[in-house]
Design a protein around this ligand. Structure first.
Ligand SMILES: Cc1cc2nc3c(=O)[nH]c(=O)nc-3n(C[C@H](O)[C@H](O)[C@H](O)COP(=O)(O)OP(=O)(O)OC[C@H]3O[C@@H](n4cnc5c(N)ncnc54)[C@H](O)[C@@H]3O)c2cc1C
Length: 513
């Protein structure tokens, strides 16, 4: 087997998306997985808009949307009551081409990513485990074990996408500080009928009680995640029958068959670093947290995208080596804020004191449904949950502002007459956007730098999205703004590109949209 430039350890969603991005950019890599095939359990259900936007860049968003289920409503049941209904249809209207929450079981999701990789000529190396590695300064020497045999593999970069018990993190001797929730969680895939099999997401909440039901595409199937009741949580080897009566009564559900049941403890932790030398951590290897908001898998996918294009650029000598420093700066900051938000939210809803009662009975049953009726609040909640709000304003790679948009922000989505401004992002390359008209000087500068220049007619949706007429927006391969400049200052553009020695992946010509 040839030595790859990048070795990806782990074929969960994080490793698979990294592989897809690198494959599309033509970077030689290997992806190894110690299991014999794709994951068999449906763990992460929620696929958020920002993930779908990345998938659109990879050309797989339509298929994921087709195979998943759009969540139209969430029914909130507090203290056993019928509760209120949150309407999620067109939740993020005008903010993303994917203004909804999608559910798509993780096992099916991983299979689809694997199929797409296979179609691009890349095979996941199953039954192959990373058993050790050393950093030789200018490369990494990895030791792989497959079929009882050991193989040495030299690689420029090693990416640990190997989950919460990451061998890569342990090999780096990095601490994984945080804690563990006292509650024991469970997950069950059931054949059942009754109210929660209604195609909606149902959220049942009570003192020390939390259970969510998700629809699954197969008729009569329902997916449950929740906290084990106290009287059962202390027992060894809990099976579904131990909680059947409790949950059948609580959820008004009749279970015919249990396809999968598992219990687990949830940790909230962030690794000390996401990078040491030529070795990186992405996904659960770097951060784990409560399932509140279904953010874990989506965050791992965001890590994978952020790292892939930077490694690809450095390997192709299309950017300065220092570009890869920005991976940790950008992603660890988000991981810390996510872990603390999900932790606060989780503790608030499960706490047993009076404050917990208030959160559940007043906020949950009345205030949240009321507030979600207001468009600005719905929009801000969509931006938070969907991860479209993620911004890298403090990154060394972010500069300037124009309109409401600052360097580091995700490029706002704008619907145009002939599509939308996200269409050119499928190039996975640097590009300049102007909403209005580009000057001759900017045209020349973009052409000299081999940058695609996309001009979009100035229309009301661009203004609503916070963009400024005729401003210059330099867009990164992952759809974030690197440089925003009101005056189309080409000197600023040149300085920015030369600071990181940035050259686009593909030579291009100007384009009008
Ligand atoms: C019940 C449950 C519900 C969840 N719901 C959601 C949700 O709704 N939304 C959401 O976003 N997230 C959710 N999550 C979290 C989500 O499942 C994880 O965040 C996600 O799986 C992380 O993906 P990953 O690729 O980083 O890691 P993993 O999925 O853990 O993949 C790591 C892979 O690396 C392999 N590996 C490990 N060590 C080695 C080695 N030494 N050599 C080779 N291979 C190795 C493993 O076998 C594994 O396949 C949920 C989790 C659980 C448990």
């Amino acid at each position: 087997m040839r030595d790859p430039q990048i070795l990806i350890v782990g074929a969960g969603p994080t490793g698979l998306v990294m592989a897809l991005w690198l494959a599309k950019l033509g970077v030689p890599f290997r992806i190894i997985e110690k299991n014999g095939g794709p994951g068999q359990t449906s763990r992460a259900m929620a696929v958020h808009a920002r993930t779908l936007e990345f998938y659109r860049q990879l050309g797989i968003a339509d298929e994921v949307v087709r195979r998943g289920i759009k969540v139209e409503r969430m029914r909130l049941h507090e203290g056993g009551g019928d509760g209120s209904v949150l309407n999620f249809s067109d939740f993020g209207k005008g903010l993303s081409p994917y203004p909804f929450i999608l559910t798509f079981p993780q096992d099916e999701h991983e299979r689809l990513l694997g199929e797409r990789l296979h179609a691009m000529g890349v095979q996941v190396e199953w039954n192959t485990e990373l058993s050790g590695f050393t950093d030789a300064g200018d490369h990494i020497e990895a030791i792989l074990k497959a079929d009882g045999k050991e193989e040495k593999c030299a690689t420029s970069f090693l990416c640990g996408c190997d989950g919460a018990h990451s061998a890569v993190r342990e090999g780096l001797k990095l601490k994984f500080p945080g804690g563990i929730y006292e509650q024991m969680f469970f997950v069950a895939d059931l054949a059942a009928d009754g109210a929660p099999a209604n195609g909606d997401v149902n959220f049942f909440l009570g003192t020390h009680q939390l259970c969510l039901t998700f629809p699954i595409r197969t008729t009569g199937m329902v997916r449950l995640i929740g906290i084990l009741p106290r009287e059962v949580a202390g027992r060894e080897n809990v099976v579904f029958d131990d909680i059947r009566e409790h949950f059948e009564k609580m959820l008004s559900l009749h279970v015919h068959k249990v396809n999968w049941f598992s219990t687990y403890h949830v940790h909230h932790r962030v690794a000390e670093h996401f990078r040491l030398g030529r070795v990186f951590l992405s996904g659960d290897a770097g951060h784990v947290h409560s399932p509140a908001g279904g953010q874990g898998m989506n965050t791992g996918i965001g890590d994978a995208v952020n790292l892939s294009w930077k490694l690809a650029a450095v390997l192709a000598r299309k950017a300065d080596y220092s570009l890869i420093d920005t991976y940790e700066t950008e992603r660890i900051a988000f991981a810390h804020s996510l872990v603390s938000t999900t932790d606060r939210l989780f503790r608030a809803v499960v706490q047993e004191n009076l404050a917990g009662e208030i959160v559940r009975s007043i906020l949950f049953s009345h205030v949240i449904p009321f507030l979600m009726g207001f468009s600005p609040i719905r929009s801000s909640q969509f931006r938070l949950i969907s991860q479209t709000r993620i911004s890298y304003r403090h990154s060394p790679l972010s500069e300037g502002n124009a309109g409401d948009v600052r360097g580091g922000d995700r490029l706002p989505w704008v619907e145009t007459d002939d599509g939308a401004n996200f269409a050119p992002l499928t190039s996975l390359d640097w590009q300049v956007h102007v909403y209005g008209q580009a000057s001759q000087a900017l045209r020349r500068a973009a052409s000299d730098a081999n940058l695609a220049l996309h001009e979009f007619a100035w229309k009301a949706p661009a203004e609503h999205a916070g963009l400024e007429r005729d401003a210059l927006y330099l867009v990164r391969p992952d759809g974030h703004i690197a440089l925003a400049n009101s005056k189309q200052d080409v000197e600023k553009l040149r300085q920015f590109l030369s600071k990181f020695k940035i050259t686009p992946f593909h030579a291009t010509s100007s384009a009008n949209n």
